[in-house]
Design a binder for this molecule. Sequence first.
Ligand code: C2E
Ligand code: MG
Ligand code: MG
Ligand code: MG
Length: 280
Amino acid sequence: AAKQRGPGTRVAYDPDIERQAGERFALMSRLGQDLQRDALFLVFQPQVCLSTGRIVGAEALLRWRTDAGLIPPGEFIPVAEKSVYIHAIGDRVVQQACEALKAIDAAGLNDLPLSVNVSARQFDAPGLAERVAAHCAEAGVELHRLALEITETAAMRNFSQVAQALRAHRAAGGIVAIDDFGTGQSSLEYLRDLPADHLKIDLSFVRHLEQDERCRQIASMIIKLGRSLGVGLIAEGVETRGQADWLRDNGCQTGQGWLFAKPLPLPEFIDFCRQHAELG
Ligand code: C2E
Ligand code: MG
Ligand code: MG
Ligand code: MG
């Protein structure tokens, strides 16, 4: 229905907005039910050392299995972020990552670390670092095995709370990665105050490395910045050998992308690491 927004401003009726709100509501209530049914699960994408080819870690990415098929996180995370479910989802992701770390250890893949993505909304409730540490302690997993990935846009939203929680996570021995680096609207100032161990070069810069000189210049600048700050560099969305070679030759240590593997369910991920170890 048409809405009054303050005196004198009338917004025209837009059936699209109503349909989208309805769809969002339906998605949200299904998400609430499915949270109880373990329909949300993690898949794991290897991160590879670009000089040696060794697997040095993996990113855990969330999937939602429904009767209508898999719904990608890009569709349901933004909806979950507008609800209280994001907190339960965030806790579930950390718990599942801890279980995965135990399975990785049981498979004899020594000390491979995992990273999980954290939404800005999860920092609205205080004590995120403490909750993560508690989940790790409960699972008997050391904190340095778990990296938290946060986008710069998310960090800017609630800077002091985010910076404080990430500092606490690091002080306790945890790892922090800035995700999608270079795509946010933030200034470089936040890098000064945001503690990080890794910068992840966004796939939008990696995608056109071979064709586009400007992309190469930007990627090269990010790598130089990261190196001078003493943080590790991880390139996301590496799809071709040419991209991997350019990144390695220009000082980026680690790559993640379909060239190496798609995100895999845990058993397949463990098999992949084993085969990879035999080959390397
Ligand atoms: P992200 O953290 O930047 O993850 C990288 C995305 O790139 C993933 O999409 C991954 O599947 C995709 N990708 C990996 N390699 C390639 C490649 O070679 N080429 C291309 N074109 N894409 C590649 P995905 O899994 O759909 O996740 C999308 C975003 O959803 C993630 O971006 C992250 O921001 C968010 N997300 C995923 N899992 C979680 C989670 O557990 N919690 C929260 N809060 N957000 C999550
Ligand atoms: Mg990520
Ligand atoms: Mg990313
Ligand atoms: Mg991304």
